[in-house]
Design a protein around this ligand. Structure first.
Ligand code: CA
Length: 570
């Protein structure tokens, strides 16, 4: 079944004009817009710029990415999106103070869009005492280090003008210990006479947090000058909010109104597992309450929540009937996607996991939108997980971007940036735009270790290199955007073509079916005999190869897929 396979490079150029700065890039596909999919059948037909001698070496039936005319991407009016996660402070500095800012995000919207993303998650942007801003001082303002509300409004308008959505981090598990709510509550507690019990009618803020005269666990801290302790599970400077307080919910409703009025398209809910520790019923009810309120203000509102837990726990959180939960089972060094990219999880097991997510999440909430990812601001980066193996990093991205749902990609992953160890600051380093100039370059977060080097070129160089990781992301997202059923379709495994390192699935949505075939073997080709299966008669509709000029072969009903490649058939 397997044979050694030697990749022969085409010289047909894949150019990336969309990344040169022009914002007019509505057409995600490379096609002519008539929906036709043209596959070359011989090397001679494979691209007009191919040199005759090299092209003639292509075997019969070989198809490269450049040979495919993808249908024009059509924006769908739903919340299936390709998200790009941005840590604003480390992304792009617009005013020369070396701090990334909202105007910097605005200036890079074309960049993000040209990669193929149509939505952005901004990590916290509200005033805060820390570099990370997960301890909020004011829920209805912009941290001055990042800009102004006017900057925010302009960013939203510019994003919406490009058909892009923006969601913001909403941190409601805790506030800053310097938040006025907490400071007033503590002042009130200090003012109580001996034997006097706190009364929310006198100070409503005592109800916003968890206060007790008992130090219930090691996560409870003394309110100085009083008899009381408060809960701060993450940090003493982050007192836990009491989401049982009706008065607090009035504040939360007003906060939601505020941001929806400013045009945000949704919230990323921080630390939902911890609203009340491991109390799924309580936590899902809180999520549902907020979501229901926001949905009434904006029917298109989207919510994705962080529940850092197993797939089975995440399934239980879909009882909240909110759109999405990050699929941690897909993420990090030992997650399904990177394991498959490394070669330690065979394709058959990978697609089996896809179906498991579909069945377990869908059984709880039929309208769920899975939110798979490789890494985020709390995890090591993919380059570290895969030891800077570029081919495997491309594989990981490819597997992610074939998944049903809304994939999330952390800034800098498209260029293979590095992290170091477990220190958070080392996972949030300055985006590497260019070695040639310092335009937009931010400083690293204070506290980050010095000397952490990326093994790969900065963004501007990768944009001009079709073999780069960045351009692999572009190709994967072009294919994803050309066929909306990739994000939205229900997965069915083609059992007779799925075993060990090879797997085939179909996805059907809105009357369209696409097949996706994987070879996770480290080195060997695999072949799929389509004749007699559900895929018989399909043609190649997309090619994703770690080698930009690599090809797959479909001849006489047999598809030959080199190691690490993905084929799309229709
Ligand atoms: Ca700045």
């Amino acid at each position: 079944m397997k044979k050694k396979w030697i990749a022969i490079l085409l010289t047909a150029a894949f150019t990336l004009s969309a990344l040169t700065g022009c914002g007019n890039s509505d057409a995600q596909g490379t096609g002519n817009g008539d929906g036709t999919v043209v596959t070359a059948t011989t090397g001679e037909e494979a691209g007009s710029e191919a040199s005759g001698e090299e092209a003639s070496n292509l075997p019969e039936g070989a198809v490269t990415f450049a040979d495919i005319k993808l249908p024009k991407a059509v924006a769908q009016d739903d919340n299936y999106r390709n998200f790009y996660e941005i840590f604003v402070g480390s992304f792009y500095d617009s005013d020369g103070d070396k701090m990334g800012d909202l105007n910097g995000v605005t200036s890079k919207l074309d960049y993000v869009k040209a990669l193929g993303f149509d939505a952005i998650w901004l990590m916290p942007i509200m005033p805060s005492n820390t570099y990370h801003k997960y301890d909020v001082l004011d829920y209805m303002a912009i941290d001055s280090a990042y800009g102004t509300m006017d900057d925010f409004d302009r960013m939203i308008a510019e994003a919406h003008g490009r058909g892009m959505k923006i969601i913001i981090d909403m941190v409601l598990n805790h506030s800053s210990s310097d938040h006025p709510w907490f400071k007033e509550a503590c002042s009130y507690l200090r003012s109580l006479e001996e034997g006097q019990e706190p009364d929310p009618a006198e100070c409503k803020y005592v109800d916003y947090y968890h206060f007790s005269k008992a130090k219930k666990t090691s996560d409870w801290y003394k309110v100085s000058g009083s008899d009381y302790f408060y809960e701060g599970v993450f940090w003493s400077e982050m007192p836990d909010l009491n989401l049982s307080s009706e008065a607090l919910w009035e504040e939360i409703d007003a906060i939601s109104d505020f941001w929806i009025a400013h045009g945000v398209d949704g919230f990323r809910m921080d630390a939902a597992l911890h609203f009340e520790e491991d109390n799924t019923a309580y936590n899902t009810e809180a999520l549902n309450r907020l979501y229901t309120y926001c949905k009434a203000q904006d029917p298109d509102f989207y919510m994705v929540s962080e529940v850092w837990a197993s797939a089975s726990t995440i399934a239980s959180y879909y009882a909240s009937e909110t759109d999405s939960f990050f699929n941690f089972d897909t993420s990090q060094a030992e997650g399904k996607l990177i394991s498959a990219a490394r070669g330690s999880l065979p394709a058959a097991s990978l697609v089996s996991a896809f179906v498991k997510y579909q069945d377990s999440f869908g059984a709880v909430y039929g309208d769920y939108i899975d939110a798979p990812f490789l890494s985020n601001h709390d995890t090591g980066r993919v380059a570290n997980a895969l030891n800077n193996n570029l081919t495997n990093m491309k594989r990981a991205a490819g597997y992610l971007l074939t998944m049903t749902g809304s994939p999330f990609v952390y800034y800098g992953e498209e260029i293979g940036m590095a992290s170091s160890g477990t220190k958070d600051e080392n996972k949030r380093l300055a985006m590497l735009w260019s070695d040639a100039n310092d335009a937009g370059k931010t400083k690293n977060p204070s506290g980050a270790d010095s000397g952490i080097k990326s093994s790969f070129a900065p963004s501007d160089e990768q944009q001009g290199d079709e073999a780069s990781l960045l351009n692999y992301y572009v190709r994967a997202l072009k294919i994803r955007n050309a066929y909306p059923e990739i994000a939205r379709g229900k997965v069915t495994i083609v059992e007779e073509l799925t075993e060990g390192q090879q797997a085939a699935i179909t996805k059907t949505w809105n009357g369209e079916t696409i097949a996706i075939l994987y070879n996770t073997d480290k080195t060997e080709d695999v072949t799929f005999t389509l004749t007699g299966t559900a895929l018989e008669g399909m043609e190649i509709a997309g090619v994703l190869t770690p080698d930009a000029k690599g090809y797959i072969i479909l001849k006489d009903g047999v598809l030959t897929l080199p190691a690490g490649c993905i084929a799309y058939l229709k």
